[in-house]
Design a protein around this ligand. Structure first.
Ligand code: HEM
Length: 247
């Protein structure tokens, strides 16, 4: 039986946060399109960013794929195609731990430069600090989940995952969460709170990653040569080094 607090934490709070997530992005995109940016600090510091940034981003991408599988795909489906629970568990823990360690080491690098590079610290807002704090709690508690999965016997695919999917089916099952270990509860609550913060932070850039950059044609830069084509010369359009000098 779920108590009133359970209903708030595992039903009302998630819907409030997810509503803020959706509406917040729409409003921000509509009214702050020019502020929709990762607010890159590359020009202030490059040497730590160069390894920490890809580490964090590749790590979190792998974590995301793991979450789509672990939270999105019901255990009955993997059972049906012959993937045993033990095989799934082994893969989730080994690949998940690797992805999690990559992510946390990258995050530590990013936080170090943000704290100890004066110019980067100067470009850090209060919202950035709150966002990094939440991100840190989510990632650390996630790693504790994975670690406890290696030693404990809680099967999150029969608890947390079913609860998570039930929110999106609009058939919420808040009674499943009180039985989950504390680190799983902290992780889920912090992640949901992070979703509510998301539209008001630099994390919005996750939805506008410039993927077109990889596929667009090269921009060609050519020096001007003497050839000027067939157009007649026009006043004001002289080549820079041909403008007659006045004495
Ligand atoms: C409500 C949403 C979320 C739920 C229910 C959830 C649930 C879980 C679970 C069950 C694990 C253990 C996975 C395993 O051991 O196989 C885990 C791990 C982890 N989670 Fe989450 N998670 C959520 C959102 C997030 C978000 C938003 C982030 C990052 C921003 C994140 C980062 C991590 C990390 C780094 C790990 C450890 C590495 C891994 O196993 O992938 N999680 N999460």
């Amino acid at each position: 039986m779920a108590t009133v607090l359970d209903v708030f934490l595992w039903l009302i709070f998630p819907y409030i946060c997810l509503t803020i997530f959706v509406l917040g992005h729409i409003v921000r995109y509509r009214y702050d399109k020019f502020g929709w940016t990762s607010r890159s600090s590359q020009m202030y510091e490059d040497s730590i960013l160069r390894w920490a940034n890809p580490m964090f981003h590749f790590g979190i991408l792998a974590v995301f794929v793991g979450h789509v599988m672990g939270l999105g795909i019901p255990q009955s489906w993997t059972d049906a195609v012959g993937i045993s629970h033990e095989a799934y568990h082994f893969m989730a823990i080994s690949v998940g731990a690797l992805a999690g360690v990559f992510t946390i080491v990258g995050l530590i690098g990013l936080l170090y430069r943000r704290r100890f590079t004066k110019l980067v610290l100067g470009a850090t807002t209060k919202m950035d600090k709150l966002m990094y704090l939440m991100l840190g709690i989510v990632i650390l508690s996630g790693l504790v989940n994975t670690g406890s999965g290696a030693v404990g016997d809680y099967n999150y695919r029969e608890g947390v995952s079913v609860w998570f999917r039930s929110i999106f089916y609009f058939n919420p099952r808040p009674e499943l969460m009180p039985d989950a270990p504390l680190s799983f509860q902290i992780h889920a609550l912090a992640a949901i709170a992070l979703f509510a913060l998301w539209p008001f932070t630099r994390l919005v850039h996750a939805f506008t990653a410039p993927l077109g950059y990889f596929f667009r044609p090269y921009v060609l830069y050519r020096s001007r040569d003497a050839h000027e084509g067939s157009r007649a010369r026009r006043r004001g359009w002289d080549k820079v080094d041909t403008i007659p000098r006045r004495r």
